[in-house]
Design a protein around this ligand. Structure first.
Ligand SMILES: [Zn+2]
Length: 226
């Protein structure tokens, strides 16, 4: 699917004033996350998507949710993440015995059953990185809501980029659904409230990450990030 490319690539470095031209912030430029191609920033109409002219990676989109709306989404995401870890993910019923399992409980059982790598990866991709993604967005967007530059803005944005790459809640949801369907012949398996909290969290995270990070970088530059 081709989307409109609204950023024109630059072939020559942009001249900037002394003393260190390379270190001067250039909020009017956009760098491709995938191939480092430099593009000139242009305003996008609602619903438009900008892609890299070299590698077609997503550069940004005119997101319909405002920054304050994104802040609300991130706060809601943190609440769903908390609920998803505190209440049962599934309830198993076998020979009259019922067992409700939360996600942390399931991860602990996985560790005890001799799968420490799976347990660690699940903690990282389904709890730790989604938490960092949401908490860092709340931190940065919370300061932006008051027209302030958050302390450690650049570090927070770099951490946010890593957290976005490693947050894989949707993989947990697909795995849980497959496990529930496959186990249904052996035992009564009922999705719990935690399952639905994670399902809603997946939708929220999809909407949140679709906004990308360029708008936040631009706002930080406008507020004085060097
Ligand atoms: Zn690119």
């Amino acid at each position: 699917m081709s989307a409109p490319s609204l950023h024109s690539p630059l072939t020559a470095p942009t001249p900037a004033g002394p003393p260190h031209p390379a270190l001067v912030a250039q909020p009017q430029l956009v760098l491709c996350d995938e191939c480092d191609a430099v593009h000139e920033r242009m305003p996008l109409e609602r619903g438009q998507v900008a892609r890299c002219q070299r590698c077609n990676a997503l550069l940004g989109r005119a997101h319909v949710v405002t920054p304050n709306g994104q802040l609300a989404f991130a706060l809601a995401g943190l609440i769903f993440l908390l609920i998803g870890n505190m209440v049962p993910l599934v309830t198993l019923e076998l020979r009259g015995i019922k067992l409700s399992v939360t996600l942390p409980h399931a991860i602990a059982l996985t560790w005890q059953l001799g799968q420490p790598l799976v347990a660690v990866l699940t903690v990282a991709t389904a709890i730790l990185f989604p938490f960092l993604l949401l908490a860092l967005r709340v931190y940065v967007l919370g300061f932006f809501a008051w027209d302030l530059l958050p302390p450690g803005f650049k570090w927070a944005m770099r951490a946010l980029r890593i957290a976005t790459y490693w947050s894989m809640v949707e993989v947990l949801m697909i795995s849980a659904m497959v496990a529930i369907v496959r186990s249904s012949g052996l035992a009564g398996v009922t999705p719990g409230l935690g399952f639905f909290a994670y399902a809603l969290l997946t939708l929220l995270l999809t909407s949140i990450t679709a906004a990308g990070l360029h708008t936040m970088w631009k706002r930080g530059s406008a507020l004085g990030a060097g």
